[in-house]
Design a protein. Structure first.
Length: 354
């Protein structure tokens, strides 16, 4: 069995963290991925790990502490990684990519995964330059979409191997129900009674200002479409005040997201300023047959278009009656062709074990 060192440090469970845990659980028969660092959900999945104490991910708030601790943390992570004698090291976050890639590449090939646009906006030029230098020592950069791959290539240059492996979605877990009685029961259990005979929209996201969910609330309320908001985060209080008196329900963190999607009709996606390449929440909605709507100019719109969705301007209104009663077969077909778990895990296993 091939040994891979997964060198990652994350504190909060999100889509990128779930991605790694699921990947190494799916390919576990061929690849033994050992975590070097920390990753929420990894040990709970029964996967092996080597704990290395490190500080928080890079941010403006922690920049001084991160700079002071970086040399010692890098030495500890490299020591723990090389002790495993892996055939490859897999890195996903900028801190590890920039600090460790050159050092690790002296003894083991290094693979990166990129989920979004690497750098952009004020103050990013220095980090982009450091990222470009680190990429000279990488074996392959895996990107979750063509949009992300194009953005990465624009920074690192065409000499660095960049490959697209589309994000997967579990199409057994996320699928529409053909039983009209069961769907009526789900809607009755999840929706307010006054919404039961209307088109209902949903968004599932971390509630953070960067997600720009005020656009989703404005679109839904001005269009007369009731909205379910799934997720938690620092922006919840502001968003609840913004939605006061409107037909918007904040559900918080939920473990029954598949049923919530089955109870809804439309998914409203708002891309973050940092740019998500292929949002898992949109894939799950597409697999469930929801009709997708995105905002013009957002990263991720290529997925919405490919799944038969609609792109709108920020202050446009939607006609609820324009959305069919039936699940979107175009969305489901696109997911089936391009986003199966089997295809994703097979492509990764071949890349990691070559």
């Amino acid at each position: 069995m091939s040994a891979i060192a997964v060198v990652v440090n994350a504190e909060v469970l999100g889509g990128a963290e779930l991605y790694l845990t699921r990947l190494y659980r799916e390919i576990g028969a061929e690849v033994k991925g050992t975590l070097v660092g920390r990753l929420p959900g990894w040990s709970e999945a029964g996967l092996p790990e080597v704990g290395v104490p490190v500080g928080p991910k890079w941010s403006r708030r922690h920049i001084v502490r991160s700079a002071v601790n970086a040399p010692q943390e890098a030495r500890e992570l490299v020591r723990a990684t090389t002790a495993l004698a892996p055939i490859r090291a897999h890195l996903q976050y900028k801190r590890e990519q920039i600090l460790l890639t050159h050092r690790l590449s002296k003894t083991v090939p290094v693979l990166w995964t990129e989920h979004g646009m690497p750098y952009g906006g004020r103050g990013s030029a220095g980090l982009a330059a450091a990222y470009r230098r680190a990429a000279r020592s990488v074996e392959t950069i895996v990107c979750v979409s063509t949009e992300v791959a194009d953005a990465v290539t624009a920074i690192v240059g065409s000499a660095v191997p960049v490959r697209v492996i589309d994000n997967p979605v579990d199409q057994q877990q996320f699928s529409p129900t053909s039983d009209t009685g069961r769907r009526a029961m789900l809607r009755a259990a999840i929706l307010p009674p006054r919404w039961l005979h209307r088109r209902v929209a949903v968004v599932a996201s971390r509630l953070h200002p960067a997600k720009r969910l005020d656009r989703v609330i404005h679109l839904a309320t001005t269009s007369g479409i009731p909205l379910l908001v799934v997720g938690t985060g620092a922006d919840r209080d502001r968003l609840e005040k913004l939605a006061a008196g409107a037909e918007v329900e904040f559900l918080g963190h939920r473990n029954d997201i598949a049923d919530i999607l089955r109870a809804a009709d439309v998914y409203l996606f708002s891309g973050s300023r940092s740019g998500e390449g292929q949002p898992l929440a949109v894939l799950e909605a597409a697999a469930t047959g929801l009709h997708l709507v995105g905002f013009r100019g957002d990263v991720g719109n290529s997925l919405i278009r490919a799944a038969g969705g609609r792109i709108v301007d920020e202050y446009e209104r939607l006609d609820p009656a324009a959305f069919p009663d039936e699940p979107s077969q175009t969305a489901r077909d696109h997911v089936a062709r391009h986003h199966s778990v089997e295809q994703w895990s097979r492509e990764y296993a071949e890349l990691l074990c070559r």
